[in-house]
Write a protein that binds this ligand. Structure first.
Ligand SMILES: [Zn+2]
Length: 349
């Protein structure tokens, strides 16, 4: 029967763990064990940094945040190590771990039901983080208190303000698309008002950006009192409508997100800072599965570098994560040219 020539990759993947494979290569003692992860130097590009390569134990996947800048499942790992195809990697795994090839082949041809039987628990999202997990990570704020949608809209915003067009390089189309503009009266008077939507697309706040270099005692951004920034991800409502196979880009600021969007990279969200709150992590988890890719693209400064390591570690528990590093210090996604964004998009699809 021709069928025996086929290997059910999913069954092989489900039958072996990354831990076993690292053990097979004699690498396990180089790895440090975390809560649900193994950290060590990357055996693929043979790096030395002990945190550059991470295995998620529950998801049975790996990620190299350094030179490789990608990750995969257990068969991808063997294929990378052996420089062979996935098929060859599966055959090697069968041999090394004395798996039953008959059983492995048997589920082939049964189609989808077999997949759900043997799929490792990666696809099953862990139970929602408990309220206490949230409050401990999110500044002690009570969880489950979403921002209330606003009952008003700021109108008569001046769209073609020189700060937006000239200093930030936004097009009128982007300005209108994001609903931003210069506000002349009210709480956001003399500021650029930026509506923030929740995941459902409801406006929950306006952020006010001072249009220019804010002085010592003028805050760059003004947020309404009581608004919990940590509960939202700027542009999440639109990013989640983009195709699932596109990578989700995570940036720090409103203008990073708007600029990338303007250059055609529409699946982008902004943290409104350089850290990821527990609520933001949960938002990404809700809209991501173990096959999705996320790219963390923070500013190339100390805060961005510190933030991206932590974010990558946390998100890699439930999706593929890549950290984007800029070559120039202090570079920000906002300053990428349209061509650079296009190149980036081609590189990540
Ligand atoms: Zn690597």
């Amino acid at each position: 029967m021709a069928k025996t020539a086929f290997v059910d990759f999913k069954a092989v993947k489900a039958a072996i763990t990354m831990e076993q494979v690292l053990q097979h290569y004699g690498l396990l003692e180089k790895f440090k064990r975390g809560a649900d992860c193994l950290n060590g130097p990357c055996p693929i590009h043979k790096g030395s940094n002990p945190t550059q390569f991470r295995v998620s134990i529950s998801k049975n996947i790996w990620n190299c945040f350094s030179e490789c800048k990608h990750g995969g499942n257990v068969l991808d790992f063997i294929a990378e190590m052996e420089k062979c195809s996935i098929h060859a990697a599966a055959l090697k795994a069968i041999a090394w771990f004395k798996l039953d090839p008959e059983a492995m082949a048997a589920s082939d041809g049964k189609g989808e039901p077999a997949e759900s039987d043997v799929r490792p628990p990666v696809a099953k999202p862990a139970a929602k983080p408990a309220a206490n997990e949230e409050s401990s990570e999110d500044g002690g704020r009570p969880q489950g208190l979403p921002n209330t949608p606003l009952k008003f809209r700021l109108d008569k915003l001046e769209r073609s303000h020189p700060y937006l067009l000239e200093q930030r390089g936004l097009t009128l189309e982007t300005i209108v698309d994001f609903g931003i503009g210069f506000c002349s009266k009210g709480m956001m008077a003399d500021r650029i008002a930026i509506p923030i939507h929740n995941a459902k697309g409801e406006v929950v706040a306006y952020a006010g950006r001072f249009p220019g270099d804010a002085g010592e005692d003028t805050p760059k951004y003004k947020l309404p009192p009581g608004f919990r920034k940590s509960q939202e991800l700027f542009n999440i409502d639109r990013a989640v409508k983009e195709p699932a196979d596109l990578s989700l880009i995570i940036v720090e600021g409103f203008f990073d997100a708007m600029k990338l969007h303007q250059h055609g990279c529409r699946k982008v969200v902004a943290l409104m800072g350089s850290t990821l709150s527990a609520a933001q992590e949960e938002l990404i988890r809700q809209h991501t599965n173990s096959q999705n890719h996320v790219i963390v693209m923070l500013d190339e400064n100390d805060a961005g570098k510190a933030g991206r390591e932590d974010i990558a570690c946390r998100l890699s528990k439930f999706c593929f994560v890549r950290v984007h590093q800029f070559e120039q210090p202090d570079m920000e996604p906002e300053h990428l040219t349209a061509e650079e964004v296009q190149q980036l998009m081609e590189g990540i699809r």
